[in-house]
Design a protein around this ligand. Sequence first.
Ligand SMILES: CSC[C@H]1O[C@H](OP(=O)(O)O)[C@H](O)[C@@H]1O
Length: 345
Amino acid sequence: MLETMRWEDNKLVLLDQTKLPLEICYFSCQTYHDVICAIKKLVVRGAPAIGAAAAYGMALAALDCCRDDLNKCREELSRAAEALAASRPTAVNLFWALDRIKQIIRQEITCEDLFERILKEAHAIFQEDILINKKIGQFGAQLVPPGATVLTHCNAGAFATGGYGTALGVIRAAREEGKKIQVFADETRPLLQGARLTAFELMQEKIPVTLITDNMAGYVMKKGLIDLIIVGADRVTAHGDVANKIGTYSLAVLAKEHQIPFYVAAPLSTFDFTLCSGDEIPIEERDGKEVREVFGHLTAPVDVPVFNPAFDVTPHQLITAIITEKGVIHRPDAHAVREVVGTEN
Ligand SMILES: CSC[C@H]1O[C@H](OP(=O)(O)O)[C@H](O)[C@@H]1O
């Protein structure tokens, strides 16, 4: 599997996900400004991957500013953290990762050591994520019957994380247990993460995948082709409401109508215990060009008004279970979340 990112020669090298699946190329970040640009353009995307990239962005900022005056360095790092935090509003992993780096900066430390300590923490965030995804996979695989057909949305796979994936990690783990699983993948308009990334990722590993357009999801459920749905998350509240790629809520409503289990796979780093209701989650609205065009090809009137929310919120009442690295939160609500994951992340 292609690496989502790697630290090389004091640069952050990102797999350029805007070019997949047609081109495999890399975007080299030499400054934290480069990382901000990469996050905004979805060169790197997916809640855990965004968090890891931002942590490495702070390492680049420290490399650039940590000379001698610790206070000056801390001021510059504070500006870098603020700018990185403003790159995308919904995925809470971005802020969780930056908070971990800020804890390093607050410690009694010399300017010389700051860069090394921040880089070490960024590596830890990246490598921990892969291990966490494998734990999520192990818990989630128990919910996947042999021979099941799983519908997924967007890309919550290796490309969205440090590796292995959350929703796709459950599928990988089930197959590693010998279960014959096949996947239906929503293309996921407007940026087609399902068509471009999930289909590509699964075919690379010869995991049977069928691509459908988003508006086919109800039809395949009604035809009885789908046994369960597994999606990722960008933010989970203390009550278990989930923000995820736009179209996820529609799938949850359809799943309820067709009595199909609806699962969310998410690490604790995607939980935001400061929020109870999903209505409080900031939903990113992106440029209308993403809807008017398909990768530069105009498919609508150039001046047609567009509404382009990148995420929606699925209330916990529509979620069968949330799969985490600490266990499965069945019938999620405030109590069930506390029982399994506590109230801190
Ligand atoms: C494992 S998090 C993946 C999550 O992130 C995606 O959004 P985007 O591609 O805009 O970063 C989508 O919501 C996925 O479920």
